[in-house]
Design a protein around this ligand. Structure first.
Ligand SMILES: [Fe+2]
Ligand SMILES: [Fe+2]
Length: 170
């Protein structure tokens, strides 16, 4: 297996972990009577699975071997909604760093199809980090409990938060 293929397979574990973690977060949000946040997080989880599939499909198209990773049990319990989104931001930054490393490797190896495929992810990660930051900002403004939290939950449902209006991938 080439270095590029191995690196893309390594990256898959981050996308599947995000899908799994965000699914667990959606369950937690639903159980805490926050349907706006829960619906948003379910769509976010679906996006992560689509990201993993995008890389798997790319490898298949180039007759390279995708290797699906083992995934760890998600955390599933959080102190607050703010903590959930801080964890999302941390995860997204980790994904961005991994994508940037892959992009550099594609450049170094003059692997143009990989580089062009990865460009989509570079842009996507700018949006993902912006979304997490925007939600954290709204939560800090509104407060983490009571009416403020209900207000942000409604905003999440109505797509008023930057990066949240795009909805799931086409
Ligand atoms: Fe992703
Ligand atoms: Fe993401």
């Amino acid at each position: 297996m080439s270095e590029m293929t191995a690196a893309l397979n390594d990256h898959l574990s981050l996308e599947y972990a995000a899908w799994h973690d965000y699914s667990a977060m959606a369950v937690w949000l639903e159980r805490h009577d926050l349907p706006g946040f829960a619906t948003f997080m379910k769509a976010q989880a679906a996006e992560e699975l689509a990201h993993a599939n995008r890389i798997v499909d790319y490898l298949l198209e180039r007759d390279l071997e995708p290797v699906l990773p083992a995934i760890c049990r998600p955390r599933g319990d959080y102190a607050s909604v703010l903590e959930v989104f801080q964890e999302v931001l941390t995860a997204e930054r980790k994904v961005s760093a991994s994508i940037h490393g892959l992009y550099k490797l594609a450049e170094k190896q003059d692997d143009q199809p990989a580089r062009i495929m990865l460009e989509w992810f570079v842009n996507e990660q700018v949006e993902e980090e912006n979304m997490a930051r925007a939600v954290i900002g709204r939560l800090k403004l509104a407060g983490e409990t009571g009416p403020g939290l209900l207000l942000v939950d409604q905003e999440m449902a109505s797509g008023m938060v930057p990066g949240v209006s795009e909805g799931p991938p086409a």
